[in-house]
Design a protein around this ligand. Structure first.
Ligand code: 26Q
Length: 815
């Protein structure tokens, strides 16, 4: 672990494995050599950890997710191995800058946003808490697209992140499994009278696992993320096809390899694509076969203790094919009867819901599902038939309720309701923030809550302070350690002790120095990526997240236009200079989201080149927002925009990253904002907007035209938008946006919250001008952020749902 030995390995990898010399110091090879040197050090701990789990034969949880948004691994590995500063020094002596080397790594962008990043934070916490948890996901060849901006519009570019290789993964072809698609089922009566089902004439695909190490924080534990890649089976190359269909057979090989080719870049809806269902089943089947294969090695066909040793956490409904797949494997492959298989299944699965938006709920067409997965459809029908009997018993004769609760939505094109299937098959159902969990129980899943109240629980999200504080903000971390001592990084509640220092002027000035330093870093990033020089003495006002109407980037822009209007009117007494940064990706098929990106661009262009705005206001769209960008952004933010329509954002997790780094939040009573405000106190949070209940109550009598007519500021903003002030040469491009704001059916109530948003922003501006007050509030935000460590979240998952032992890997070493 000493720097000399790491650098020694590094030199050997560079000169021998990479076969480079000093003349070809292509930065990427330097990075790869360092990554391999560190990986070697993880591998030893990895083997130890797995041996410990094996030896203890402990219960394990499998986190099934279509997305793991891991970002970069190098900095994280160095932090966790505690070799960062010594290695940086040793490399420095070779004339190499660690920061520059680390920049070479491609983000592992295997996720859309919140749900995928949550999975990554959870893995980090599980390893740090020494919990035997393994992630199962897909090894997409192309991760989340790279966002380019051309003429203000988003262009998607494929992100071939594996092109230069991935030093962190280890291929395990010997653990490949076979996945079936298509074909048909045959039901046979065996000699002893029991029914056996055979799924035949299938087109099979191989699943090849790639393991990625997940190191815990300085504790010797290394857990595993296992990612599956699809590959053609041998048959495609050999027999089966006669000479004449050679090309077809090669094409079919291609089909197989397409399954894990690309991540679907939608963070809601765009339902019903067959390839997406293939991906979901591929993940579910490969992962379950993997678990059952290891089970068989030890226990043969004895499944009597299976539920005591295995738990599957479903990250939303995306991997819910695992439910009927486990039933199939237990019955058709292992000979269990229905009741035994069902008893096991419903005690192994736990389901996390991440959305209340009806358009984001997964429903698969029965027809398509049956063609692709005929055996699974039979099983789902049987699960539903038996479930319907339970409902019938609880509410005799209540046909309306039967229809409402059925897993199969009947109709001209019948659909499978995946959320209902997940609820029926799980022993635990959780939302991701207190409000969200309550709304699930009261509305979306109310019938199920009445039937099985004991299944329902809340697990408020969290984020890992290792990445989102220690790695992203070393200057702040140093100050925190100097102030509250060691130990806060694995027990974030310890940050509470900071509060006592908020009244200390010297401490506040140290705090400001750190923030200023991080704002400079962010300003440099903005300059590099956007060509605009931010004024680092201004308020850094930031909204980065997927572009979606419910997140209301539009409301943010309306406020910026209002500020611009004030400047143009000369209403600038007591002005607080502001730099507004908006970033995020739009789903490629989401036209309105793409209009919003364009709007940010043109309004920004108008403001940034207007001399009247100089020193007062800037607005920039940040292209290609991603994990590694957020590491710089969250450290440099003053103000965090969390302004979704109340009741729509399940939790949010960016809000937590900003808070930890000392940003103040302007936000609605939505998702985890409510808990953030509770923790920090209402006086340290800028609240505005309707509550979730008020949002619901407004349905049917929302009149935006009247609101706009009565609010002089909003009327002027809409005038600027409507008269083409920002789009002189592209007439009409914002008509859809204007129409949406004016629509009495606007589900996001943008106009309704404008006044209270602008008023809250006024309070923000006033507070920021009072440096001492602002700094106090900033310190108190970091001090109160302990609850939002994913360590707390994971400890709750473990004590309420998983019940895993915490295994100290190191102790095994000494035995
Ligand atoms: C569904 C069908 C077909 C293709 C894609 C999808 C799909 C993919 C990703 C649907 C949804 C997602 C991602 C959802 C998501 O990120 N939700 C967010 O989850 C966070 C973690 O719990 C919350 O903090 C956010 O509030 C929630 O929006």
């Amino acid at each position: 672990m000493d720097a000399e030995s790491i650098v020694g390995d590094f030199r050997r990898y560079f000169s021998h494995t990479m076969a480079r010399d000093d003349a070809s110091q292509a930065a990427y090879y330097v990075y790869t050599s360092l990554a391999l040197s560190l990986r070697d050090r993880l591998v030893e701990r990895w083997k130890m950890t797995q041996a410990a789990y094996e030896e203890q034969d402990c219960k394990r949880t499998y986190y099934l997710s279509l997305e793991f948004l891991m970002g970069r691994a190098l900095g994280n590995a160095m932090l966790n191995l505690e070799v960062e500063s010594s290695t940086a020094d040793a490399l420095g002596k070779l004339g190499l800058l660690l920061e520059e080397i680390a920049e070479q790594e491609h983000d592992a962008g295997l996720g859309n946003g919140g749900l995928g990043r949550l999975a990554a934070c959870f893995l980090d916490s599980c390893a740090t808490l020494q919990l035997p948890v393994m992630g199962y996901g897909l090894r997409y060849e192309y991760g989340m697209f790279r966002q380019k901006i051309e003429n203000g519009y988003q262009l998607e570019e494929p992100d071939h992140w594996l092109r230069d290789g991935n030093s962190w993964e280890i291929e395990r072809p010997e653990l490949s499994v076979r996945i079936k698609f298509g074909g048909q089922t045959e039901h046979h009566l065996g000699p002893d009278g029991d029914r056996r089902v055979y799924w035949k004439y299938t087109q099979d695909v191989m699943a090849v696992p790639y393991d990625v190490p997940v190191p815990g924080y300085r504790n010797g534990t290394v857990n595993t993320l296992r990612l599956w890649k699809s590959a053609a089976t041998e048959e495609f190359d050999l027999g089966e096809f006669n000479a004449g269909s050679y090309t077809e057979s090669v094409a079919a090989k291609n089909d197989a390899e397409h399954i894990t080719m690309v991540l679907y870049p939608n963070d809601a809806s765009e339902n019903g694509k067959e390839l997406r269902l293939r991906q979901q089943y591929f993940l579910a089947s490969a992962s379950l076969q993997d678990v059952l294969r290891t089970w068989e090695l030890k226990h043969g066909n004895d499944f009597s203790t299976f539920v005591d040793k295995n738990c599957f956490q479903l990250n939303d409904t995306h991997p819910t094919c695992a439910v009927p797949e486990l039933m199939r494997l237990l019955m058709d492959e292992h000979g269990l009867d229905w009741d035994e298989a069902w008893r096991i299944t419903r005690r192994c699965f736990a389901y996390t819901n991440h959305t209340l938006l009806p358009e984001a709920l997964e429903r698969w067409s029965v027809g398509m599902f049956g063609r692709l997965l005929p055996r699974l459809l039979e099983i789902i029908y049987e699960i539903n038939a038996r479930f319907i009997m339970v409902v019938e018993q609880r509410w005799p004769g209540d046909m309306e309720r039967l229809r409402r609760m059925s897993i199969i939505e009947e109709g001209h094109d019948a659909k499978i309701r995946m959320a209902y299937l997940a609820v029926v098959a799980s022993f635990s159902v959780n939302g991701v923030a207190a409000l969200h969990s309550r709304l699930l129980q009261q509305y979306l899943l109310h019938d199920f809550y009445e039937l099985w109240p004991h299944k329902f629980n809340n697990k408020t999200n969290g984020v890992t302070p290792r990445r989102w504080l220690a790695a992203s903000n070393p200057a702040l971390s140093d100050l925190l350690t100097r102030t509250v001592g060691d130990g806060w990084l694995s027990d974030l509640g310890k940050l509470r002790a900071l509060a006592a220092h908020a009244d200390n002027a010297k401490f506040r000035s140290e705090w400001c120095v750190v923030k200023q330093k991080q704002k400079l870093r962010l300003a440099e990033l903005v300059q590099r990526n956007c060509g605009i020089k931010f004024d680092t003495s201004a308020l850094f006002d930031i909204q980065v997240k997927r572009i979606h109407e419910y997140k209301r980037q539009l409301l943010n822009v309306l406020h910026v236009i209002h500020l611009y209007d004030r400047i143009k009117r000369g209403d600038t007494a007591d002005w607080t200079p502001r730099c507004v940064l908006i970033g995020g990706k739009a789903a490629p098929g989401y036209a309105m989201a793409k209009h919003i990106v364009k709007l940010v661009g043109v309004v920004g262009e108008c403001i940034n080149k207007d001399p009247d705005c100089a020193g007062l206001l800037q607005l920039v769209f940040f292209p290609n927002y991603c994990v590694s960008a957020m590491e710089v952004i969250c450290a440099g933010a003053d103000l965090s925009e969390q302004i979704s329509t109340a009741g729509k954002e399940a939790s949010g997790t960016g809000n937590m990253k900003f808070m930890m780094n000392g940003a103040l939040t302007i936000g609605t009573l939505d998702g985890a904002n409510i808990e953030i405000r509770e923790e920090v106190g209402s006086e340290n949070f800028f609240l505005f907007g309707l509550s979730a209940e008020e949002v619901e109550a407004s349905r049917g009598h929302y009149d935006p035209a009247a609101i706009i007519a009565q609010d002089e500021d909003l009327r002027r903003v809409m005038l600027l938008l409507g008269n083409g002030h920002f789009n002189r040469f592209e007439v009409g491009i914002f008509d859809p946006i204007i129409a949406a704001i004016y629509s009495p059916h606007d589900p996001w109530l943008t106009a309704a919250d404008f006044r209270s948003y602008v008023d809250a922003q006024r309070e923000v501006a006033d507070a920021y001008r009072d440096v001492e007050r602002w700094t106090r509030m900033s310190i108190l935000n970091t001090a109160a952020s302990g609850k939002f460590s994913s360590d707390r979240t994971i400890l709750e998952y473990n004590s309420d749902i998983w019940h895993l032992p915490q295994l100290a890997a190191k102790s095994v070493k000494h035995e």
